[in-house]
Design a protein around this ligand. Sequence first.
Ligand code: ATP
Ligand code: MG
Length: 447
Amino acid sequence: MRLSRYFLPVLKETPAEAQIVSHRYMLRAGMIKQASAGIYSWLPLGFKVLRKIEQIVHEEQQRAGHIPLLMPTLQSADLWRESGRYDAYGAEMLRITDRHGRDMLYGPTNEELITDIFRSNVSSYRDLPLTLYHIQWKFRDEIRPRFGVMRGREFYMKDGYNFDLTKEDALHAYNRHLVSYLRTYERMGLQAIPMRADGGPIGGDYTHEFLVLAETGESEVFYDSEITDLKFGDRQIDYDSVEQCQAVLEEFTSRYARTDETHDEALFDQVPEERRRVARGIEVGQIFYFGTKYSDAMGATVSDGDGNQVPVHMGSHGIGVSRLLGAIIEASHDDKGIIWPEGVTPFHAGIVNLKQGDAEADAACEALYASLTALGLEPLYDDTTERAGAKFATMDLIGLPWRITVGPRGLKNGVVELTSRRTGESEELPPEAAVAKIAAIYGVAKA
Ligand code: ATP
Ligand code: MG
């Protein structure tokens, strides 16, 4: 993309309404624009990152064997009356009446709809196990939407639902989700710690929230510092293997890590004092096994092979896709702007032309642009006539991990400058070498 043809409405001033750094930078970098309280338009740069995050979520869900579909945002109230949640849900649910006077709602979550799809189509244990998921907009009329996309009213969520014959099978699905979530967040450059959470009115021990540590997080968390040494890394895992998934769950959940809802002072005191941490975190996901709550209420049963009809065991598992943009920025920025992890960056590298209009500099930039594009990478080429200082400030603000700076002086010596946004370190090297280095970083083969 050439910046002169892009739509990147960066702001010089810090917007007064933004209280936390991710919100400030998302507004300043021209990623989002508030449409009304807690509802945002996603401008091109923000939309690009949203799509990258969504793509990672899709890939990791499907790697785990989960099947994508798409359910609507508007739902009929009738299904929610069946489950008893139409009245129970309260003021967070946006209720709508259509022209025929029928009660509708903008879905805050999809247990009812998915259970209805399941019961209409599946009747035998032979069709299990089954996990269906979608990534769709949700609406919750939060009393205090704030912090930009972090706590919106309209937000983008991946929600997945497992259907299993037995509790044991459903717990394997639970573990499988935990494993796939660990991979998902790590690919985004995040450490998200599974913490024991509160099962709410349904209760039960089988729920974990995934928290990204950040001072601005809304949850208070208590954990054993050893847990931050754990990495999932690039280990190969067989998602069908009960043992392998169970082993990962045990590894990642055996140390103390809880939110304030389930915090137990006496247990926490058993952690050696020097490893006890009290901090804040951002909830970026939650997994939940809830048994037969919805299948009982809505009659989602299957034959069990012994002549009985039994309710299916279910769980639901969510990832806050739009919230993740805020969480990533909270975890990765400096005083100049965002620092995108390579896995989610909107453009792979920036190209800054220090002397737009200089025939040699222009040609060198065009050649870099063409080589990177030929590798399947997306460069953002600042081909405007802004001064160098302003170009650097914009690149730093929007946070592309790598920047190639091209100027007549370097070109005389046959070099350009490659700068890491994260470390600030620069090196001078021939243009082809800069391209090769970026190709290696992103794991794309040089043609
Ligand atoms: P919270 O406690 O933050 O209100 P929740 O526990 O009610 O969230 P879930 O039902 O678990 O939310 O939804 C799954 C994920 O969706 C959450 O882990 C979170 O990342 C995201 N999410 C929930 N509410 C919002 C919101 N208002 N804005 C943006 N993301 C949200
Ligand atoms: Mg939650």
